[in-house]
Ligand binder design. Structure first.
Ligand SMILES: [Mg+2]
Length: 279
């Protein structure tokens, strides 16, 4: 079977890569507010200081420089902070130790570690992670793309190839992008099975696009790093200003990319704005 990259055919000189969660699709707020955070409160019985802990979770995962952090890293960071405030988390050292040393932050790797250590903290972490998955599956399927996404993709697709580059699972991506009839604007829809974002951009680059004719569009510092590590341009979708960001992408950033005026000064200005939008 051919891989997605072998099948991929470049048809424009320009390539725009687009992240999905929190960038094109309005899915992050609901997942954190309805799934990740409340399941954490339940699993560790943190109701007593619920409001403080919830706000800390939202800050770490949505509104600060750690936006988009892996779920287990987010959990360990939250627990480190609240344990300093005197809130006791059972067997916290095992959780922190696993998060900091494992080479794979996944449920399967967590299961293997539990077999080895029989750690209570890790068992609770797995129970939480599975409960989160289940509650995400049970969310009403009424998530929408952000304002300006459809018009943006339609306009950009006339000027450049577009590929989704996301770390979400491929099935969920397929379902979301098809449900909103956005797949027709794409050359490829790449999820976690295709590799990390950095890897996907590197593979697409090999199709013959010049680095300065590639733009990565994302909402989290991880997207910026994936772009920078490939020497390609980055455009931020700013939290709570997604509609504005998409409009400016279509009317300013992509035209600059095409005209060759997406220069260092413009890039730095965008990155500065991005950094100051996350506390
Ligand atoms: Mg994102």
């Amino acid at each position: 079977m051919q891989t997605v990259f072998e099948q991929y055919e470049k048809s424009s000189e320009f390539l725009v890569c687009v992240d999905s969660d929190g960038c094109a699709m309005d899915t992050m707020e609901i997942k954190h507010r309805k799934c990740f955070a409340p399941e954490m409160i339940k699993t560790w019985n943190l109701f007593e200081k619920e409001d403080y802990i919830l706000n800390l979770w939202y800050d770490l995962n949505l509104y600060t420089r750690t936006r988009g952090i892996n779920r287990f890293k987010g959990l360990a960071e939250t627990f480190k902070i609240i344990s300093k405030e005197g809130i006791e988390i059972k067997d916290l050292d095992s959780i922190i130790n696993w998060v900091e040393t494992t080479n794979e932050l996944s449920n399967n790797s967590l299961r293997r570690e539990i077999e080895k250590t029989d750690s209570e903290g890790l068992k609770m972490t797995l129970a939480w992670s599975l409960a989160v998955n289940e509650s995400i599956e049970n969310l009403p399927q009424d998530d929408e793309p952000f304002e300006g996404v459809k018009v943006g993709l339609e306009g950009i697709s006339k000027l450049a190839d577009i590929s989704v580059v996301s770390s979400a699972n491929g099935e969920a991506l397929d379902s979301e992008w098809n449900r909103h009839d956005l797949v027709k604007y794409l050359k490829a829809l790449l999820g976690q099975e295709a590799g990390t974002k950095q890897h996907c951009i590197a593979e697409l680059k090999k199709k013959g696009y010049d680095a300065n004719k590639i733009l990565m569009v994302g909402d989290a510092p991880g997207d910026l790093h994936a772009a920078q590590n490939n020497d390609v341009n980055f455009y931020p979708i700013l939290v709570n200003k997604e509609g504005f960001s998409w409009e400016r992408l279509l009317n300013e950033a992509v035209p600059k990319l095409i005209e060759g005026t997406f220069d260092e000064k413009y890039q730095n200005q965008l990155i500065e704005e991005f950094n100051s939008s996350l506390k």
